[in-house]
Design a protein around this ligand. Sequence first.
Ligand SMILES: *Cc1c(COP(=O)(O)O)cnc(C)c1O
Length: 233
Amino acid sequence: MDNPPCDNLRQMKTRIQETCRRTGRDPSEILLVAVSKTKPNSAIEEVFECGQRHFGENRARELQGKMSQIHHNGIIWHFVGPLQTNKIKYMVERVDWIHSVYKKKYLNEIEKRAREAGRSIQILIQINISGEGQKQGCKPEAVSDLLKHAQSMDCLRIRGVMGMATFTGDKDLIRGEFKLLKEVFDSHQHLNGGAVRLDHISMGMTNDFEIAIEEGSTMIRVGTAIFGEREYH
Ligand SMILES: *Cc1c(COP(=O)(O)O)cnc(C)c1O
């Protein structure tokens, strides 16, 4: 049996605070996104009731369903999964953050649909930091071109970068990949202007969020440690 998610959430916050204390960081710099993919609405409601506001999903259809069924005031939805052009129109009607943008065609489509919906969307550029073929994201070399392209957009706010480390027990490998993401974030600050204002690094999940915080993460995306193991994907 899983623990009640609210207990898990409290423990998670304690672990974030401890990691911050150890590394001389302020816990208020770390935004916790509760990744609720595959979990029922009731689990989201439970965690919302104990104070969590940011929720993340990685499948467009699942997110769409949950956003249309859960209407709590103050809930903030993040999409962290693979984008598909034909899903963007519906997503932007309610989503607040999209972490997984790495092509101009997605920037253009989000801008167009957000304008139609009269909304403003917070965007993170996903970088492939693991170098694994199957992982989504652009190469670090492609980031400046994307940012320059996005500067003149009206409905997007380009807030930073997102990355996923290799799924491995090798902490040095994970740390190296997070350092790379921090470097990409730092080395593109000169492109701030217009719609681009880089102030977030989304890195760290259940198994590696402590390393991520040590390496400068400002947003961690945590599923399993809050909601328990998933039965599929
Ligand atoms: C599932 C998922 C997470 C959360 O993973 P856990 O290991 O359960 O914490 C974070 N980010 C993305 C992009 C995911 O797909």
